[in-house]
Design a protein around this ligand. Structure first.
Ligand SMILES: [Ca+2]
Ligand SMILES: [Ca+2]
Ligand SMILES: [Ca+2]
Ligand SMILES: [Ca+2]
Length: 370
């Protein structure tokens, strides 16, 4: 690595380049000897220290950083820290951090986050809304403070965690669709209506349970807290044409739960009889039959109607056939009576009347005329 010029100068020079970051010190011995007396020598140790050159870029400690941050935090909240290492010696190791608004390809995300140039602390510029966007990818860059062409990049993934900031929203009932009709003869346990709601939060913050808060007179109704099914909890026969107003609640399972309420009007009709009356006006007998419960009575009535209809059709067909045959025989007889025997020959008849029985009848008629 080192050469020493022979002679009197004592110059030492290098025969290669050095990398201070790999090795920054070398030691070796040099010997001086008397030209006239080679046994007269002296030795010394030479130490060479390699000085630093700013040839190292700062490098991030990770290629990708994943940070979690809760939504709705005020602007300036810490998301996480990035860090880089520059192996040069000070001041060549000084570097600064930046959010790359161009190279990252997501300018919207880049506008929402900042990074402190000296510390690498990543922070929010605006409150985040997980329901609007739950993940961001931002490119951060670190540059050498002196030689700015020495730089490195890394990806910061910001995942927004949920805050229970969304209340449940009823899909049914709503202000424009708030009524359920039920027959008075609904069985106990029979479904009256199904309420539903949605919660745009995540996890437990969106798990809903339903309940009836008010209006459940006589405890006539019950609701499944999970499915939202409202069922009859007793006979409704005594409440024909009455309307019940249930105040319903949907509540999420978040730590600080949120809830919403809605009103459902339940109108008790008078059961099957009412249905048949309505259909009588609009659909006739078949409609009535179709609307009846699928029971033995309904089947018997439908089979009877179809059987009767078939009998009528068959009778009409038989009557038409008989009528056509009778009419044809009558026409043949009248035609033959009007023809003079002198102008009718057997050949003529044979050509025009092909049926054997008709042919025989004609012969008899001709004989009578002759
Ligand atoms: Ca260096
Ligand atoms: Ca450097
Ligand atoms: Ca939320
Ligand atoms: Ca919620």
């Amino acid at each position: 690595m080192f050469d020493l010029s022979a002679g009197f100068s004592g110059n030492i020079w290098t025969n290669r380049s050095f990398d201070r970051e790999a090795r920054d010190r070398y030691e070796f011995y040099v010997t001086a000897s008397n030209k006239d007396d080679p046994t007269a020598t002296a030795t010394a140790t030479v130490a060479v220290r390699i000085l630093d050159d700013n040839d190292e870029p700062p490098r991030f400690t990770q290629r990708q950083y994943v940070f979690l941050v809760a939504e709705n935090r005020p602007a300036g909240s810490t998301v996480g820290h990035v860090s880089a290492v520059d192996h040069d010696l000070a001041p060549n190791d000084r570097h600064s951090y930046y959010v790359d608004a161009v190279g990252g390809g997501d300018n919207r995300a880049a506008s929402l986050f900042g990074v402190e140039q000296q510390t690498g602390r990543v922070y929010t510029r605006l409150p985040l809304d997980r329901e609007h966007r739950h993940e961001f990818r931002v490119t951060v860059t670190v540059r050498d403070d002196v030689v700015v062409t020495l730089h490195d990049s890394a990806t910061v993934v910001v995942k927004v965690t949920d805050d229970n900031d969304e209340p449940p929203v009823f899909l049914f009932p709503t202000k424009s669709n708030d009524t359920a009709h039920v027959a008075a003869d609904v069985v106990v346990g029979g479904r009256v209506a199904t309420v539903s709601a949605v919660d745009y939060d995540a996890g437990d913050n969106a798990v809903l349970r339903y309940s009836i808060k008010n209006g459940n007179k006589h405890g006539l109704f019950d609701i499944d807290p999970v499915t939202g099914w409202i069922v009859a909890n007793g006979s409704l026969a005594r409440y024909t044409m009455e309307t019940f107003t249930l105040v319903l609640s949907a509540e999420d399972a978040g730590t600080q739960s949120r809830s919403s309420s809605a009103e459902l009007y339940i109108v008790v009709g008078d059961g099957m009889r009412q249905t048949v009356e309505v259909d009588t006006q609009s659909a006739g007998l078949v409609g009535q039959l179709l609307q009846l419960p699928l029971s033995g009575t309904r089947l018997v009535l439908m089979i009877s109607c179809l059987g009767g209809l078939c009998v009528v059709i068959i009778a009409v067909c038989i009557t038409l056939c008989v009528y056509r045959l009778q009419r044809r025989h009558k026409l043949d007889a009248e035609t033959l009576k009007g023809i003079s025997a002198n102008h009718v020959t057997h050949e003529y008849m044979r050509q025009n009347i092909t049926h054997d029985k008709q042919y025989s009848s004609c012969l008899q008629l001709l004989k009578l005329n002759i």
